[in-house]
Design a protein around this ligand. Structure first.
Ligand code: ATP
Length: 234
């Protein structure tokens, strides 16, 4: 699955992430956590091919993908639900899903759409609404759904719960568990550490672009130094 070895990435001369090594186990959820500006989004965007790789390597299924164009990475099975969601606000929910599915044969559209609607029944009720008219939670579901339309084997989700009501966050987290049960590998960026630790199998904590802790989520929960210092839990 995804393997990052001493990954460094950034913008122009600025390096946002330094020497990050991370290995995702297939069919698990890895939480990438850390304060604002720690380098979480940059990491996801670098894996997706939108932020420059400055050092180290990105391997997916054993192959080096660090030099591939973003679209080629999508075709290999990597999807991202980016920070800010970046939906097509003037298109309907269904057409946003259709755009996501463009990398797949048209014949698969209905089946893939129905899978997404099974995960997020709310989207089925809003299929013909403009994406711009959806609530924040519905937009988040649509951003994840659109990413799933590419038929990925790994999905990266940035700031899943940011700005959402607790009830909606519950729905999104239930969908994540369902995805994992269906075999998906998930890299989840969150500032809501309570939520991440409740669902993740593995955790990586970033601070100022460096890894400060990495391991099983169970061990993170039981590590009082870590929870007090970095996870905002007591
Ligand atoms: P947040 O939750 O605020 O998004 P983050 O952990 O995802 O935090 P990043 O967004 O990856 O952190 O930012 C890491 C560093 O890179 C920060 O210092 C940020 O200012 C910088 N940075 C992010 N995007 C850009 C950009 N487009 N150009 C230049 N610097 C950037």
């Amino acid at each position: 699955m995804l393997e990052l070895q001493q990954l460094s990435c950034g913008y122009g001369a600025f390096e946002a992430v330094h020497d990050l090594s991370l290995s995702l186990r297939p069919g698990t959820i890895t939480g990438l956590i850390g304060a604002n500006g720690a380098g979480k989004s940059s990491t996801l965007m670098c894996v997706a091919g939108h932020v420059g790789l400055k050092g180290g390597s990105i391997r997916f299924d054993g192959q080096d993908i660090g030099m591939l164009a973003p679209e080629q990475r999508v075709r290999r099975g990597i999807a991202i639900s980016p920070e800010g969601r970046r939906l097509f606000k003037d298109l309907s929910v269904e057409d946003n899903l259709r755009v996501g599915g463009l990398v797949q044969p048209a014949a698969r559209f209905r089946q893939d759409r129905d899978y997404v609607l099974g995960l997020f029944p709310r989207l089925g009720e809003r299929l013909h609404s403009l994406a711009g008219n959806l609530s924040g939670g519905e937009q988040q579901m649509l951003a994840i759904g659109r990413a799933l339309m590419t038929r990925p084997r790994m999905i990266m989700i940035d700031e899943l719960s940011l700005g959402l009501m607790p009830k909606v966050i519950d729905l999104c987290y239930s969908a994540l568990k369902q995805l994992r049960a269906d075999g998906m590998t998930i890299l989840l960026v969150e500032q809501n550490t309570d939520r991440v630790l409740s669902v993740a199998d593995d955790v990586c904590v970033l601070e100022s672009g460096r890894t400060v802790w990495q391991g099983r989520a169970d061990d993170a929960r039981n590590n009082s130094d870590l929870t007090a210092a970095y996870l905002g839990l007591h």
